[in-house]
Design a protein around this ligand. Structure first.
Ligand code: PMV
Length: 341
């Protein structure tokens, strides 16, 4: 007897960034954040979890390679979900005692600032919740794996509410609008480098919290206003406002990295060139047609409307000739499938 459950979840791109934790154990953020979840099957993680009595110890495979299960966050998610299943008495004790084999695959570069952990944990937690048949807030469970993962459990535009409670019970994600709300919206992902980042987001955030005055100012004075304005821009499909806020927030996040001590940075010369090209292009167009944003890596995510994709894509291909500038995607919701054998 074995039970196998499979789930998929997509990458989310933050337009108002999460940067800085107020609680490292529970992964509670200093500020609210907003992101867009990409289409399913485009840049996504797919995770299968198999539970069987003859699996000798818990196993984890990432993109086909066996990796250590000795990962605190992975274990926290599994233990938490098993604890909820025990409380809810939804599966029997013997099933809960079986070990699991987790196989997860990403169809995009892992740990290059492309939110691979977000998609990975969102789908791991979705699969585990299905396996153990629990009723729970999946976004809160995904948050325990990787903060930004809590936003990948929804499609469309999503807000992660920082919350204020010490136990994290109000630090959860909610959908602002469905992916169908803004059908013209497109995202171009420009892979500048697909290497693992040198400063992990956890280390970077800790350093910023400990040393950056700009981070304090951002959390107190900038983010609350930007979150309200961003929600209005998204609901009103105001691309100009959306784009300006997105770029300013990305720039401020990277300024915080430089304001940290010792400083660290994720952007490369190519990333800066992309920033310059986009501003020049918007200036020539006499309106903002494209917005860039960069997470904790050098890769650019460009937000634009469908009508502008051909022109912007040819511009990018002309300035940065490469066979790989080929991600042109929309927004959609993640799916989960279940299979019992
Ligand atoms: O969830 P983490 O620990 O990978 O941190 C993500 C931080 C950013 O991607 C830079 C911003 C965000 O809101 O996703």
């Amino acid at each position: 007897m074995s039970v196998i459950v499979t789930a998929t979840a997509s990458v989310n791109i933050a337009v108002i960034k999460y940067w800085g934790k107020r609680d490292e154990e529970l992964i509670l953020p200093l500020n609210d954040s907003i992101s867009a979840t990409l289409d399913t099957n485009v840049m996504c993680a797919r995770t299968s979890v198999c539970a069987r009595p003859d699996i000798e110890e818990n196993e984890m495979y990432l993109n086909g390679i066996k990796t250590s299960f000795d990962n605190k966050r992975l274990q926290t998610c599994l233990n938490k979900i098993k604890a909820i299943a025990t409380l809810q008495k939804v599966v029997d004790k013997e099933f809960l005692s079986w070990n699991v084999r987790i196989c997860s695959e990403n169809n995009f570069p892992t740990a290059a600032g492309l939110a691979s952990s977000a998609a990975g944990y969102a789908c791991l937690v979705t699969a585990l919740a299905k396996l153990y048949k629990i009723e729970s807030d999946i976004s809160q469970l995904a948050r325990l794996g990787s903060g930004s993962a809590c936003r990948s459990v929804f499609g469309g535009f999503v807000r992660w509410h920082a919350g204020g409670k010490c136990d994290g019970s109000d630090s959860t994600a909610s959908q602002i609008v469905q992916s169908t709300h803004w059908p013209e919206m497109r995202v171009l992902v420009l892979v500048v480098a697909d290497k693992k980042k040198h400063t992990s987001s956890s280390i970077g955030m800790k350093r910023s919290v400990e040393s950056s005055e700009l981070l304090k100012y951002r959390v107190e004075h900038c983010v609350p206003r930007r979150v309200d304005e961003m929600i209005n821009a998204i609901k009103g499909k105001d691309f100009q406002r959306f784009a300006e806020l997105t770029m300013k927030d990305s720039n401020q996040f990277h300024a915080v990295c430089l304001d940290s001590y010792p400083p660290f940075h994720y952007l490369t010369n190519v990333s800066y060139k992309i920033i310059d090209v986009i501003h020049k292009y918007n200036e020539i167009c006499k309106e903002t047609r494209v917005a860039y944003t960069f997470d904790a890596g050098p890769n650019a995510c460009l937000f634009l409307l469908e009508k502008d994709v051909p022109e912007v894509l040819s511009l990018i291909k002309y300035i940065f000739p490469s066979p790989n500038t080929d991600y042109v995607r929309g927004l959609d919701v993640p799916k989960a499938e279940e299979e019992n054998t």
